[in-house]
Design a protein around this ligand. Structure first.
Ligand SMILES: [Zn+2]
Ligand SMILES: [Zn+2]
Ligand SMILES: [Zn+2]
Length: 116
């Protein structure tokens, strides 16, 4: 019965930061955007609500606390999230493994160059 974590933005958010775009049982992660420093439920929410395009986190800043677990409110670093094995290290809530497969929308992929 938690309230929506304060400061998370998105469309039709529920109490665990699920949004209009991603609302499966495990879609509970919100991400702090590098461009504006605000938590959004997903990149599409950012696109809908922000007046600028997204900036991805460079690998050198993956130690930043930028991933919020909507289940318990814990804030993880990007590296912690990537190595979380699709569950919250604080509360054990499962994360959607598909989110990790499209993390390149949020986090710069190392050693990839020449991509648009
Ligand atoms: Zn932004
Ligand atoms: Zn969304
Ligand atoms: Zn958690």
């Amino acid at each position: 019965m938690a309230l929506t974590p304060p400061g998370v933005r998105g469309l039709n958010l529920d109490s665990q930061t699920r949004c209009q775009h991603y609302h499966g049982p495990t879609d509970i992660v919100a991400i702090k955007m590098k461009c504006c420093g605000l938590y959004y439920a997903c990149k599409d929410c950012h696109e809908a609500l922000a007046d600028h395009s997204i900036t991805v986190w460079p690998e050198s800043e993956w130690n930043q606390q930028a991933v919020l677990c909507g289940a318990c409110g814990a804030i993880l670093s990007i590296l912690q999230y990537m190595h979380s094995d699709s569950r919250c290290p604080a509360c054990g809530a499962p994360f959607n493994p598909k989110c990790l497969s499209h993390y390149f929308f949020y986090f710069q992929i190392p050693q990839v160059s020449g991509q648009r």
